[in-house]
Design a protein around this ligand. Structure first.
Ligand SMILES: [Mn+2]
Length: 334
């Protein structure tokens, strides 16, 4: 352990009050890493709360510790008080403090020591950083962090379930470019802690609804634009879809990956119209860097093969704009 982490270990050597937080619209890795660290730390009588900046999808409701989570906008007074009397704030699965808006303000005001555990590119600087872009998920880093604290840590079955959830979802079921050797090594160890893979599969991938499945069907049949000549495909989700299919938090998760199953398609873009803004998700194959693309043009970023962004323009305009950018890029590289 580096000298840097010795001071953190010291801080954790007696029970303290801890806030764990993660990015807006938490995904499997955000939920998994937060609840894994929560379940691990409470074993040592720390007072720990997971506080998330926005709602999370219902399909995470089975996760151990989920009932104790505070959703910031619904519990602002309690959350503000908790954060201000915390001894440590753990920021998981995001690289810049604006990703926890509207919680960012109180975290800045509170001026507490911050531990960042994350695998996104180009993170801001914090007191303690446990950061590695080669990690398949923040859950991989939680597993490694726990081993930094204790060479032979006690990882319960509940903690194992949470770590597995993040590894499974961020690697796209061990299939995308983030998948690494550690993913398999860690899961092998988690199996020895009592992890039941079939149980997690039922919770995550076999608990959908009819309307969500029909939404997927409609999106692929009617809302998909394919430009094989440019290697790019778009799926649009507009406000009408949200109403027709009663879309809930997380219901478009994974949709952006489908177009990449087409042989000629190397970049997939999901364009989602929200109340005041249009959200973009990018996925790519191989060496194509959508992190740079999202950063340069759409105030976003993330990973090389998976990034997000936003715009004030409507979906039609964005398809035109992105198509132009790709065409220009293609000409330049000729
Ligand atoms: Mn992640």
């Amino acid at each position: 352990m580096s000298a840097n982490f010795t001071s953190l270990k010291e801080l954790l050597s007696q029970p303290i009050q801890i806030t764990i937080t993660t990015h807006q619209k938490p995904d499997g890795d955000a939920m998994g890493s937060s609840l894994a660290l929560y379940n691990y730390l409470i074993q040592f009588h720390h007072r720990v709360k997971v506080i998330v900046p926005t709602e999370f999808p219902k399909y995470f409701n089975w996760m151990p510790g989920v009932d104790e989570i505070l959703i910031y906008p619904n519990s602002k007074i309690e959350a503000d008080e908790w954060i201000q009397s915390s001894d440590l704030i753990c920021c998981l699965d995001f690289n810049t403090i604006s990703r926890i808006h509207p919680m960012d303000e109180i975290v800045k005001i509170a001026q507490k020591p911050i531990l960042l555990i994350d695998h996104h590119l180009q993170p801001d600087s914090f007191q303690w950083m446990f950061h590695d872009i080669a990690a398949c998920s923040t859950c991989e880093l939680i597993y490694r962090f726990i081993h930094e604290l204790d060479e032979h840590p006690s990882i319960s079955e509940l903690t194992a379930q949470c770590i597995y959830t993040g590894i499974l979802t961020d690697t796209g079921n061990f299939q995308n470019g983030a998948t690494n050797r550690n993913a398999f090594l860690i899961v092998a160890d988690l199996l020895s802690k009592g992890l039941n893979i079939q149980y997690i599969q039922e919770q995550l991938n076999q608990s959908s609804t009819e309307s969500k499945l029909r939404f997927l069907g409609n999106a692929l049949l009617n809302k998909l634009t394919v430009r094989k000549d440019l290697g790019i495909a778009f799926i649009v989700v507009d406000k009408k879809d949200a109403k027709t299919y009663n879309l809930q938090a997380g219901d478009t998760e994974g949709l952006v990956n489908y177009p990449l199953s087409i042989q000629e398609i190397n970049i997939s873009v999901l364009i989602k119209e929200e109340r005041e803004i249009t959200k973009l998700s990018f996925r790519s194959k191989g060496d194509i860097n959508v992190n740079d693309f999202a950063r340069t043009h759409f105030e976003g970023g993330g990973h090389k093969n998976a990034a997000g962004g936003k715009s004030i323009f409507p979906p039609d305009w964005l398809i035109k704009k992105i198509t132009e950018l790709i065409e220009k890029d293609k000409k330049k590289n000729k």
